[in-house]
Design a protein around this ligand. Structure first.
Ligand code: SF4
Length: 289
């Protein structure tokens, strides 16, 4: 495969064929994100993508899913995406799902009709990063979009019949706004109605503006206890009947999975056990991105 730079994918795509159709992220401004710092964003040319599809056709016949990297494949014009999806269907007929990261701005640039067309061609799941439903936090971290836009983009993905997975980031509001971040994020998630919620915990990377904010005393990381309180408020604030909830990423101190609303009581009990020392929390050195 013609991979360039860091290849980032969601944990659930560990067994997918990773087809890199863009390099980097067209936004690349989020203060906590070091994934593509210093990487010039561009869309890969057809020859390079076709080479990789041909490689996958020979060597990846046991992998049933494709993940389209990097940061926001939906920036590609729909007509070109349709060509790529059609080529995947033709050359990798055993692939039954195509998944990708979708940034809010680039989802909003599409129409529901275009998203439906991509769904027909195999687009199964879009991973969106909400990070926070607290408006001042979104501004501080330079996410580049507001909660209304996030909700609108989520509605479009759902209207197209595509599975929506939304990521939020515990700790991203710092200590002072921790509680508000958790409750507002729960409220926005309720409006977004995703199929899946993934709550990750902030890990500070040295190549990010956030790292400098911490060094200069402008940002104060919540401690483990505050992060668990944040998680508790978040779970309490989500009012959805049916959503997968995962806080079992390698960055989380206390691995939790379940379905809301069915498992809400059990999840809150687990968090309480973590807060009261009845459950072991992951040591700092065991956390990873
Ligand atoms: S978090 Fe996502 S949108 Fe923000 S810079 Fe990183 S890849 Fe780009």
């Amino acid at each position: 495969m013609n991979y360039e730079g860091n290849i980032i994918r969601p944990p659930s795509e560990a067994h997918s064929i990773i087809l890199q159709i863009t390099v980097g992220c067209s936004h690349n401004k989020c203060t906590f994100c070091g994934a593509y710092k210093g990487v010039r964003f561009y869309i890969k040319d057809a020859a390079s993508i076709n080479d990789d599809i041909a490689f996958a056709a020979r060597y990846c016949q046991n992998q049933k899913r494709v993940f389209l990297a990097d940061g926001d494949a939906l920036i590609i014009p729909t007509a070109r995406l349709e060509e790529i999806f059609s080529s995947i269907r033709k050359n990798l007929p055993w692939v039954n799902r195509i998944n990708l990261y979708g940034s809010t701005k680039n989802i909003l640039r599409k129409t529901v009709g275009e998203l439906k067309r991509l769904k027909e061609l195999g687009l199964d799941r879009v991973y969106m990063g909400l990070e926070s439903g607290h408006e001042p936090t979104l501004t501080n971290i330079k996410k580049g979009v507001n909660t209304e836009q996030m909700i609108q983009a989520a509605e479009m993905i759902r209207a197209a019949g595509i599975f929506l997975s939304v990521t939020v980031l515990l700790g991203i509001a710092g200590r002072a706004q921790s509680t508000l971040h958790a409750s507002r994020t729960g409220r926005v998630l309720t409006k977004m109605k995703p199929n899946q919620i993934a709550a990750l915990t902030l890990m500070v990377l040295k190549n990010t503006p956030l790292y400098n904010d911490i060094r200069t005393g402008c940002f104060h990381l919540p401690d483990q206890r505050m992060l668990l309180e944040e998680l508790k408020i978040l779970v309490k604030s989500i009012s959805l009947e049916r959503v997968q909830f995962q806080a079992n990423h390698a960055s989380n101190y206390l691995p939790i999975t379940g379905r809301l609303a069915k498992d809400k009581k059990r999840i809150l009990e687990i968090i309480e056990d973590g807060l009261n020392g009845r459950l072991h929390l992951k040591a700092e050195h065991q956390r990873a991105l």
